[in-house]
Design a protein around this ligand. Sequence first.
Ligand code: UDP
Length: 457
Amino acid sequence: MEQKKGRRVILFPLPFQGHINPTLELANILHSKGFSIAIIYTNFNSLNPSTLNPHFTYHSIPVDFTENEASIKDPTLQLSVLNAKCVEPFRECLAGLLSDDVNSKDPIACLISDPIFDFTRSVAESFKLPRIVLRTGGAASFAVYAAFPLLKDKGYLPIPDSRLEEPVTELSPIKVKDLPRMPDCDPEDFYRLITNMANEPKASHGLIFNTFEDLEGQALATLRREYYPNIPIFSLGPFHKCGPTTSSSSTSLQSQDQSCISWLNTQAPKSVAYVSFGSVAKINQAQFLEVAWGLANSGQPFLWVIRPGLVQESDWLKMLPNGFLEALKERAHVVKWAPQKEVLAHPAVGVFWTHCGWNSTLESICEGVPMICTPCFSDQMVDARFVSDVWKVGLQLEHGIERGEVERTIRRLMVEKEGEEIKERALKLMEKANLSLKEGGSSYQSLDGLVNHILSL
Ligand code: UDP
């Protein structure tokens, strides 16, 4: 821990797992640099402070949904209701923190908030509190979001179904089918949410990404040059490898099944396919069966996270043929939620079949684990294109989930020569991630830059 900086930073994560993890990791990093930390969190998807860093202060705000609001399926609508419900409780909470601040030894330097929480701008401005935006997704996908108005002008949005395989020439190597979209929501509402989010950093004191220059240097340069020339952009990831060791179990909203690790201990090195589609993505019943049969037919051992709610409207166990899992007992392990970072770091894991949420993508890169990509929505499609076509550290299931293609793809990666080459590239990329964090590396320097920037506010 560095010498105390005498300043406090307030962080306010969007209450979803993929946003909570990196925000709290960033809090740990800043704390290790000598800042005091205050975390504001909602009672929706509430954090459990008793499992979190004991050196921070935690401030819960109430967002009570009515029954109707709680059952909203449309994600953009859900977010706009969440935003509306947060404004006043957030304002009150911030007012309380700022009034206590008057005689504080560690005066508040700034707020760090998610660009989806757009109301944090006006509230922070009303208190003259500087705000820095933390985007928890990747820089390349954010550059695609920032280009939404251009994409609309050029006729790529709403996404034309007849042109899905065409390249988006302005955003190579993105194809039309990779453009972010959201199931169960109106494309116009999604467009508004995204353009709003991409505008947020413009009125802020800086933009932070959980990425590193060797991974997304080009996208970061585009963002700096074309979209946000007036604010500093920091790229100091991968966060989870940058701060002091922080157990991922502490930030998990669900309890992690540690039986994964003892099961992996019984498996041969690099033999296991780890399968997880993150905390939000859903698959339908037909896709679920294709996953199950593809895994079974691949002949490889597999560790599969079937989170409650992953399979739409069904009890997944009842969908499998009688005795399906029992027959695979020796080489299959199914859990509701895994300690994912530990799993990916385990020597038995050879491949990660992922939905390409940004955290999962980075966590896989950090362990040199090749990926099979099944992106489901929003930025995941862009991440998957970069995994398969730019960094070439994985293969994408280009035609959806079909058991034959699943089986072939697992074998291509785990058994065939092609897989060895992909694995080599994955290890090189892992090395680059490590180097970026070492003294003199790009993320190391960017963190220094961020610390000085916060102290200057
Ligand atoms: N995660 C986990 N256990 C699981 C599945 C996921 O701990 O069984 C964690 C994972 O390590 C990552 C986060 O949940 O940090 C998911 O974030 P991501 O951006 O990959 O996807 P999202 O859930 O936001 O779609």
